[in-house]
Design a protein around this ligand. Structure first.
Ligand code: MOS
Length: 764
């Protein structure tokens, strides 16, 4: 394959677009089965309590109730042995989330019992009839409090869920060499994923005794966890993925799978379980709140001589992915800058708050808010241009990161920032109390998983006898267009028109495992797997055709459903004819490929030094805001995102990802705030927890850079998570530019603006 491309790079309408637009897509809970029951989950009303007694007898007696399950019914009665939980950090005994709480509850909303009934109404009523006696226990709701001696302990022996550190260079010497030291503390809140589709699924036991679970998920491989928790073999669990109505990391952990499996197994009938919006907000993970202390030593020209960072993450009541999320944060804590002396200390802390886990950016957006606010504060202190301060520090290809990893791909940091700022244009003039500001932020965000995890993806590509193509790849598509992009890659390589390529939604019975749709890894991993599989078939086709045409395979090409001689395109053959010849001769027309990410040993835990990720995406976000200094209202006037995506396989999908990430980031900056008080969510539905709608902000202008240097197919990098990462700091930098006083906490609500300006607020 060589450029120019015929299909790759074209803004093709995704094959799933129309059915979604007209509401015809069949999602996980749209599946009806004969005799189907309805499941419900009883949840703890306390954030911290001992369970004294659970009595389900009244619920079981209710007509229409088929099954009530408590911890005792699923083998948790004698909780002496290490009975596996649903997910989380297994290295730390007893810190896994139990399927159902048995001795105590650690957060409000924790699952305590399951019900299956003939109707949803009966199931709902049954929940009220389960008698649970709780003895409330003191809880801990602040990570700083949780670290103090004598604080209530969520899990023995202490509340430290994970610690990470970076020790690079000589931090003392670095600060001694500085002309100025800038020190600030930054804070970011809990954030809710707020996907359109709440957690949902349908499960049944089939005629061979396999539990089928049709579910909205980012991770097909959870069938293994289902098997482990139920104590059954892994080949007895089948996960069927549907198109998910959004995931953003919230469907990276197990949601309804184990509950559904238990109810289906115990009732031997199909069971459907769909969370209400309020239950979804109560029951799934959140983005980690962080407290981030940054201390930076700089020369007068802005060059950074030393950086010391302390990151404190609220892990909530169960570890889930906090150890990994906090590791990601640690690795990118220094930002996309070349700093010789770096010292980072990260701690993820258990509390009785809602548990926190993956959310778009996976620990990247929080430190980006801090390091990019900090760069602007450095510029303000030195009286320098914010771009100039960054320019003298930006990482370039060949430089090493804070963990000592050499950047091999393009690092178009200066170019992306410059392009975004240029497109933002002249500053809009102030109007009386309305002050206008401009700001931007740069970032680095990994794509692909940690390299010590032996990550793989598999894809099967096959040609049918009529020359059409089938892709079987277990990559969940939560809306990013992952499957459509795989089609585009196969279409390019095999010269088959897009409309003749089909990719199935993942199903562990049908599609080879491709790993998780997380970590911005699917285009990179499964894209490469499809590229490998399609290339193998292409080789077979061209080898056979070379005999027919008596030409070298290199002198042949495939396009528009034909094979032809490059220098004499009139000598050609329809692809179906070539396929039939190959089939008749027994040549393989399908291929199962496995793409393996590069492997590295884990980082040194003492110094944090080592190669961590396969590669990074770089880019910038620039924004102009108008701040009403009388009301504190912030209006976004214009925003521009410029990212080096390596190669835009489908520019329309890439732009969609960037605009979506931009909106989610604007919400993070200005609006979204999951308020938690004493372990209780005070914004329990989408009428209190506000997310931006299409009328709140103008559409972000997108500038795509294509360095072609990524490790994905055709040099692609990843853009799913990076699209969000730089938005919040850019917005707050613009606000600070407008009002001239720092704000170091998001969301920047009108109250926070007025407080920063020293003006009275409604609440004060
Ligand atoms: Mo993600 S936040 O790796 O789904």
């Amino acid at each position: 394959m060589s450029a120019p491309f015929r299909v790759v790079g074209k803004p093709i309408r995704r094959f799933d677009a129309l059915s979604k637009a007209v509401g015809a897509t069949v999602f996980a809970d749209d599946y009806k089965m004969p005799g189907m029951l309805h499941g419900k989950v009883l949840r703890s009303p306390y954030p911290s309590a001992r369970i004294v007694r659970i009595d389900p007898s009244r619920a079981r007696a209710l007509p229409g109730v088929v099954c009530v399950l408590t911890a005792a019914d699923i083998g948790y009665a004698k909780m002496i042995a290490d009975i596996p939980g649903q997910t989380g950090q297994r290295e730390r005994p007893r810190s896994e989330t139990p399927v159902l709480a048995w001795d105590r509850v650690r957060y409000k909303g924790e699952a305590v019992a399951l019900v299956a009934a003939e109707t949803e109404e009966i199931a709902e009523r049954a929940l009220e009839l389960i008698d649970v006696e709780y003895e409330p226990l003191p809880g801990v709701f602040d990570p700083l409090e949780a670290l103090k001696p004598g604080a209530p302990v969520v899990f023995e022996p202490d509340n430290v869920v994970a610690r990470w550190r970076i020790r690079k260079g000589d931090i003392e010497a670095g600060f001694a060499a500085a002309d100025l030291i800038i020190e600030n503390t930054y804070r970011v809140p809990f954030v809710e994923h707020a996907y359109l589709e709440p957690e949902a699924g349908v499960a049944w036991v089939d005629e061979r005794g396999v539990i089928n679970i049709r579910v909205s998920t980012q991770v097909m491989e959870h069938f293994r966890t289902v098997a482990r928790t139920l104590g059954i073999p892994q080949n007895r669990v089948r996960i069927q993925g549907a198109f998910a109505g959004g995931g953003f990391g919230g469907k990276e952990d197990i949601t309804v799978e184990v509950f559904l499996a238990l109810l289906a197994l115990h009732t031997r009938r199909p069971v459907r379980l769909v969370y209400t919006r309020e239950e979804s907000i109560l029951a799934h993970s959140k983005r980690h709140p962080y407290i981030m202390r940054y201390r930076t030593g700089v020369k007068r020209n802005g060059r950074i001589t030393a950086l010391q960072v302390e990151l404190i993450a609220d892990s909530g009541a169960y570890p889930y992915l906090s150890p990994y999320v906090s590791l990601y944060s640690t690795v990118v804590a220094a930002g996309p800058y070349r700093i010789d002396n770096v010292w980072v200390d990260t701690v993820a802390v258990a509390t009785n708050n809602p548990f926190t886990s993956a959310f778009r950016g996976f620990g990247g957006p929080q430190p980006c808010f801090a390091y990019e606010r900090q760069m602007d504060e450095i510029a303000r202190a030195l009286g320098l241009d914010p771009l100039e301060v960054r320019r003298v520090n930006y990482l370039r290809t060949g430089d090493t990161t804070a963990t000592g990893q050499v950047i091999h791909s393009a690092a178009l940091l200066e170019e992306s920032a410059r392009r975004a700022l240029e497109a933002l244009g002249e500053r809009t003039p102030d109007r009386g109390p309305i002050k206008v500001g401009q700001g931007f932020a740069s970032y680095m965000q990994p794509y692909g998983r940690l390299m010590w995890l032996h990550d793989t993806s598999q894809a099967w590509v096959g040609l049918e006898l009529d020359g059409t193509v089938v892709i079987r790849c277990g990559a969940p598509d939560p809306g990013g267009g992952q499957l459509s992009s795989l089609c585009q890659i196969a279409s390019e390589v095999l010269g088959v028109p897009m409309e003749n390529v089909v990719a199935y939604t993942p199903d562990t019975a049908l599609t080879p495992l491709a790993g998780t749709t997380t970590a911005t890894r699917q285009l990179y991993m499964s894209g490469n797997a499809v590229l490998q599989a399609a290339t193998a078939i292409r080789r077979t086709l061209l080898d056979r055709a070379s005999k027919y045409f008596e030409e070298d395979p290199e002198d042949l090409d495939l396009a528009d459903g034909r094979v032809f001689v490059k220098h004499d395109p009139d000598r050609s053959m329809p692809l179906p004819d070539l396929v039939r010849i190959c089939a008749a001769e027994g040549l393989p027309l399908s291929h199962l490929a496995m793409f393996k990410a590069p492997f590295r040993d884990p980082i040194d835990p003492e110094t944090g030094q080592g190669d961590v990720f396969p590669d990074f995406t770089f880019g910038a976000f620039a924004v102009e805001v108008a701040v009403d200094t009388e009301t504190g209202q912030v209006e976004v006037l214009k925003s521009v995102a410029c990212h080096d995506v390596g190669r835009a396989i489908n520019p329309a999908a890439v732009i969609g990802q960037i605009q979506g990430g931009s909106y989610q980031g604007l919400g993070y900056a200005l609006m979204e705030n999951l308020i938690v008080e004493n372990g209780e969510i005070k914004t329990p539905s989408l009428s209190e927890y506000l997310i931006p709608t299409s009328v709140d902000y103008p559409t972000t202008q997108v500038i795509l850079l294509e360095s072609g240097t990524g490790v994905g197919p055709f040099g692609a990098k990843g853009i799913g998570e990076p699209a969000l990462t730089p938005v919040a700091p850019a917005v707050v930098n613009a606000i600070v530019d407008a009002i001239g006083v720092p704000i170091n906490e998001i969301p920047v609500t009108p109250e926070r603006v007025l407080k920063a300006l020293g003006k009275p607020t409604v609440t004060s």
